[in-house]
Design a protein around this ligand. Sequence first.
Ligand SMILES: [Zn+2]
Length: 223
Amino acid sequence: MWCSDFDWAVFQTSGLEVVSHGSVERRFDSETRLSPVTHGLASWLIADGVALSRRELLAITVAGILPDLDGLGIALDLLGEALGIPQSNWYEKYHHHLLHGGLGAVVVLIVTWLIGCRNRRSLIAALFAFHLHLFCDVVGSRGPGVTDVWPIHYLAPFSDAWTVEWSKQWVLNGWQNVSLTGILLLLTWNRAIHSGRTPLVFCSQGANDRTVTVLRCWAGWVK
Ligand SMILES: [Zn+2]
């Protein structure tokens, strides 16, 4: 249904020159409020559905968050600004241009392999979580202005070919993303009751178990 609305385009010039984004500050504010949580919950649910070991859980969950590591240049930008160093633009230059594409997919495979998940199920699930992240960004990562559509340059930083954007992309902190996050939270809750696992398992097995017990009590599973 949405396919007809997608604009598959090959840009001859840099995407940064072609596409207008919102300011770094505004985009960073929006993204840090919502997007990593949504991506993390989505990839966690994929992991919880297919993973047998904690390593697999970690690898698949990381795969769904990893693309946004290319936005960490914001830290250098802000640090430089604080130190009075001539303004850098790492965030605008590399976010969505480094790990949101084929290069990121290769990194995901390498990270999954290094974590020790070398079976086909783990590798495919990690790639799926990664590409779901890209799909979600294409659908719902627009900046505050109606023209602030943010495309995915799948072959960046090597080429501007295979660039995809959706003209009806919804705003990053819009009700659609808030609703999606709420639904994913409910699904995570439901999965925790049934599988006995929550994302807390990465920090503490005890905290995970206590949380699951509380959730099962609320659900009437345990008196
Ligand atoms: Zn992203």
